[in-house]
Design a protein. Structure first.
Ligand code: G6P
Length: 607
């Protein structure tokens, strides 16, 4: 949520900042802004409501010189998304400019205090309070900028990733983080700061991630210094990023989401590579190898997650309980953290998060750790906060996911959960391992039917509401199918366990209402057929996802989408693919912004 990028060095900062903002736009796209220290030593701030393209347009004929600058793309929390509330924000004297991701929870009393001290505010943001507070400390304590920032942050409650420039320090950026991600990149005589590495990978692969309550001073004169809020100097740990530029481009696809849907055969292969063997008698998942006994002796597993990751958690619950007989509970991280849950030291808490930065999931991880539980992270973003906070874990290795609606991360998460269950099961289910090897090829088969799914989407584009039904392991797939549709087509969709439908949602069924039913070959196949009959009896329009060769559902449904046969545990990896494509094509038909749907952000770093 909110993207931050900063540069100081020998090059012109503006193109680097704008480029970085475009890469970070998935984090928020309400408004954007840039602050540059010009050669006369003044700070120029340019802001625009809307996307980065609008900022670029606004800046077309403006002076853009300067080798030090910071830039921001916003997902509004405090104050509506307009030009005034857009970042960067000046301090009163316009001497300091600041960008911020996070929430300053005690901004209201701080604002009052500053007003009493003669400060005036232009915006309604919590961020402007922070920049004014830093200036207030700088002036009242007559201290340097770093001290002012440390002292100000010491009195702030909430979360922040900030980057600051000052008129009097033209070759310096100071950045700090607490619960919101920040990465520092070092080039040849130049420094970068960003919310995530995708914004700077073009320029450097040598990076260090800041930890909570750390402040980085990037100075062309004195180099990089990292301190904590008490001004104790820390030694930053540098890593080499394993990220290529092509992973961040659309590579000929019309949208990132479509690219990511089509990448799934490869991403599942990448996720399993080196971890499963063709014979099906071994799973080499290092996080499980190292902690197998701990898992087998766990009182229970609690999985915490949000959004799509929560759906994969439900699938994980099904597989782990069924294959390993370990009790599993699945929790929305946002609910779990605030309801004083019972967590035992012999519980294992699995946190699933594509970004590894979701604020609620991160807080749930910290809560679990404080209760002595062992925390296992399943993340995509390497080096992310959750992956670093967890005791152990497995990356899903699906590459950067840029479309806001998650696709390949979902199937990657399920794949890791399946591998975890297989690694813990005794004896190992060789049939499932061998079948997992075949999943990429089977997804390719589904992707080849994209034209018929597109045609189906054409006939559904004007529908006012949808119901998605599934049972057993396909119930979370119904939830995920409905979520995809809501996220990118802005159409109401209910995901429901098929049998539960008669306790309410069936009242919504009338002639022509589209009901998408996942009716693949499974242990509950006959039950699902009964549910289909109930919809047909009320003249609903049944669109069924079936296993190739099916005859019973085919004879009942109005339309069918075939997927190849597989083992029931692996069914979600196939049945979700047509639902992703269906949502995608409906959104395209409606002319909507598929990759950046309204009101959403990919990385939700505020609670
Ligand atoms: C946002 C994204 C979703 C994602 C959810 C959880 O809402 O738009 O696609 O599923 O956050 O994100 P995480 O990174 O923790 O998986």
């Amino acid at each position: 949520m909110c993207g931050i990028v900063g540069y100081t060095g020998h090059r012109c900062a503006c193109p680097i900042l704008i480029n970085g903002l475009k890469r970070l736009e998935y984090r928020g796209y309400d408004s954007a802004g840039v602050a540059l220290i010009n050669p006369c030593g003044e700070i120029n701030i340019y802001k625009a409501k809307g996307k980065v393209a609008e900022l670029e347009c606004f800046m077309q004929n403006k002076p853009k010189e300067g080798c030090t600058g910071i830039a921001h793309t916003r997902w509004a929390t405090h104050g509506e998304p307009n030009k005034v509330n857009a970042h960067p924000h000046y301090s009163s004297s316009e001497r300091i400019a600041l960008i911020h991701n996070g929430i300053i929870e005690n901004y209201s009393p701080l604002r009052e205090m500053l007003i009493q001290n003669g400060y005036e505010f232009k915006s309604t943001t919590d961020t402007e309070v922070l920049v004014q507070l830093i200036e207030f400390v700088r002036e009242s304590e007559v201290c340097d900028l770093l001290t002012a920032i440390r002292v100000a942050l010491g009195s702030v409650v909430g979360s922040y990733a900030i980057a600051i420039i000052e008129r009097d320090n033209p070759g310096t950026i100071i950045a700090a983080r607490k619960s919101s991600p920040l990465v520092v990149g070092v080039g040849d005589g130049e420094f970068f700061i960003a919310s995530d590495a995708s914004a700077i990978i073009e320029y450097t692969s040598s990076v260090t991630y800041l930890n909570d309550e750390e402040v980085a001073v990037m100075s062309l004169e004195d180099g990089l210094k990292v301190v904590n809020l008490l001004n104790q100097e820390l030694i930053p740990a540098f890593i080499k990023l394993d990220l290529t530029l092509s992973q961040l481009e659309k590579s000929g696809y019309e949208h990132f989401m479509l690219k990511e849907i089509f990448e799934q055969p490869k991403t599942i292969f990448d996720c399993t590579r080196g971890r499963i063997n063709v014979e099906g008698n071994n799973i080499a998942l290092s996080g499980i190898i190292d902690n197998r006994e701990r898992f087998l002796n766990a009182r229970r597993i609690i999985i915490v997650a949000c959004g799509t990751s929560w759906h994969s958690a439900l699938i994980g619950e099904h597989i782990l309980e069924s294959l390993c007989r370990i009790p599993v509970e699945v929790e929305y991280a946002s609910e779990f953290r605030y309801r004083n849950p019972v967590i035992y030291p012999d519980d294992i808490v699995i946190a699933i998060s594509q970004s590894g930065e979701t604020a609620d999931t991160l807080a749930a991880v910290e809560l679990a750790k404080s209760c002595g539980a062992f925390v296992y992270g399943i993340c995509n973003a390497v080096g992310s906060s959750i992956s670093r906070a967890a005791h152990s874990g497995s990356y899903i290795h699906v590459g950067p996911e840029i479309g806001v609606a998650s696709t390949k991360a979902f199937t990657g998460q399920i794949t890791v959960l399946i591998m975890m269950a297989l690694a813990l099961a005794d004896p190992i289910r060789g049939d499932v391992v061998r079948e997992l090897n075949k999943i990429p090829g089977k997804i390719e088969e589904i992707l080849r039917t994209k034209d018929s799914i597109c045609e189906l989407a054409n006939s559904l584009t004007d529908a006012k509401g949808f119901i998605y039904l599934g049972r057993g392991i396909n119930y979370p797939v119904a939830l995920e199918g409905a979520l995809k549709l809501k996220e990118i087509t802005y159409t109401h969709a209910e995901g429901y366990p098929a049998a539960e439908m008669k306790h309410g949602p069936i009242a919504l069924v009338e002639e022509g209402v589209p009901v998408i039913v996942i009716a693949t070959d499974s242990s509950v196949y006959d039950k699902v057929i009964s549910n289909i009959q109930e919809i047909k009896a009320r003249r609903g329009r049944v669109i069924a996802v079936v296993t190739r060769g099916d005859t019973q559902v085919v004879s009942l449904a109005d339309s069918v989408i075939e997927v190849p046969p597989t083992i029931e545990y692996l069914n979600p990896l196939l049945s979700v693919i047509p639902l992703q494509l269906l949502a995608y094509h409906i959104a395209v038909n409606k002319g909507l912004d598929v990759d950046q749907p309204r009101n959403l952000a990919k990385s939700v770093t505020v609670e």
